[in-house]
Ligand binder design. Structure first.
Ligand SMILES: [Zn+2]
Length: 429
């Protein structure tokens, strides 16, 4: 099937970061042409005259199933927050997880996100719900010490079995998760890394989110978490370290040498008042790939990558007293091509180029908040003025998942009412 998106401003995010005016043509799952006028016949014509066409964004740290837990644990101290979340979480059923996943996917789709990296248990349930929604899940089964989990069986074995069951599923990339050094001993961490090496699976873990976590680990091992993980060989090019807020320059260098990615989660860090700010300029200087994550809906409380891009820029500038830090083009890179690299898919997604999957977002070029709109201010307008409300149409791997600001894949009304049922049963007690 040929899809022709006509007469748009195409923000390619290719190596030259070109913006071109013209047509974008898709054959099945993949992009075949970017820019030149397409004179052939198309099975599906999309008039995008004057609209912005950009790559689908990549959210590199979520707990998507928690989307039904919004507004339950706000404005609490970090220990009280964790205590309450763990209590609610332990009562959840597979149906609650599926509903949360669908609700989260709907929010992401309507916000221009086509790929998300998730860290959770029961990723098999999450995978099925994500497939129904129609976007791409890089789903990292959470591994932690067996005596510290409610998972039935051994978490690493559960992760391996999930991987073997879902590795050939369309739009699902099974990965390895690690909860964090506070519940993962050396054997657990090394076991997870070895499996990632054997299978080539991406790996997502929490790193140095709070100062307390760093201090506790130093007391226990004599080393900071980043140094300790480097020394036991857990850092590597498939690793994506979420938060990465309390790090020394030595740890940043080790992460750069290992070819690591980080997922900065500025809204979550600020909302929980954990104090640390991810050292983004130093990451860039030392070759760490910087991407953006929203974290889960209990700490953000949204999965909005437009908001996250802008907030990341503001936090970096404000904390450094330097408005030149994290410029608009870099912020858009973090949310697109760098996110693709973080999940190991830079040859397939993250930019609009022939041969890549058609993960395409169309923004309304007539929206006042995006005008005046010229190639010269387009990137700044997307990052600093843009909003999820500008998203009109979204395709993921050639499939239309949002059309005319409506979800094209799921029965949205029933997901919304199921979400309220889940909230009532889990959160009112
Ligand atoms: Zn997290």
């Amino acid at each position: 099937m040929i899809t022709a998106i006509r007469d748009a401003w195409i923000v390619t995010q290719d190596a030259q970061r070109r913006i071109v005016r013209g047509d974008l043509v898709i054959d099945g799952e993949r992009i075949v042409s970017v820019g030149p006028r397409y004179n052939g016949t198309a099975d599906r014509e999309i008039d995008a005259s004057g609209d912005i066409v950009m790559p689908g964004m990549v959210n590199t740290h979520t707990h998507v199933a928690m989307s039904v837990m919004k507004g339950v644990v706000d404005d609490l101290s970090f220990p009280d927050f964790l205590d309450k979340v763990f209590k609610i979480d332990s009562d959840r059923t597979d149906k609650d997880l599926a509903t949360g996943t669908k609700l989260g996917c709907m929010e992401m789709m309507l916000g221009g996100t086509t790929t998300f990296m998730d860290l959770y248990y029961s990723e098999d349930v999450i995978a099925k719900a994500t497939q129904e929604a129609g976007i791409r899940g890089v789903l990292c089964w959470c591994v932690l010490d067996q005596d510290k989990t409610t998972q039935v069986g051994n978490p690493l074995q559960n992760c391996k079995s999930f991987h073997s069951r879902f590795k050939d599923e369309r739009k699902i990339v099974p990965g390895v998760g690690l909860q964090g050094v506070y519940v993962c001993d050396e054997e657990t961490c090394v076991g997870a890394k070895e499996f990632s090496d054997e299978s080539g699976a991406p790996m997502n873990f929490h790193l140095s989110e709070t100062r307390g976590e760093v201090n506790d680990h130093k007391k226990k091992t004599g080393k900071r978490p980043g140094e300790w993980l480097a020394d036991i060989g857990v850092l590597g090019p498939r690793g994506v370290a979420a938060h990465s807020a309390w790090l020394t320059l030595r740890e940043v260098r080790a992460m750069g040498e290992a070819g690591m990615s980080i997922s900065s989660c500025p809204v979550s860090n600020m909302k929980l008042a954990t104090g640390g700010v991810a050292p983004v300029p130093e990451f860039l200087q030392h070759g760490v790939n910087v991407s953006i994550g929203t974290d889960g809906s209990t700490t953000n409380n949204s999965l909005d990558m437009f908001a996250e891009m802008k907030t990341l820029g503001l936090l970096q500038k404000s904390s450094r007293w330097d408005p030149t830090v994290a410029d608009a083009q870099q912020l858009l890179d973090f949310a697109t091509i760098n996110g693709a690299k973080a999940v190991g898919m830079q040859d397939l997604i993250g930019s609009l180029e022939p041969g890549k999957y058609a993960d395409v977002v169309i923004l309304d070029g007539k929206a006042p908040n995006l005008r005046p709109l010229l190639p010269e201010n387009m990137i700044a307008n997307i990052v600093y003025s843009g909003s999820s409300y500008n998203v009109k149409t979204v395709l993921c791997q050639g499939d239309m998942v949002v059309e005319g600001r409506s979800i094209a894949t799921l029965d949205a009304d029933s997901v919304l009412s199921e979400a309220e049922d889940a909230w009532r049963s889990l959160c009112i007690r």
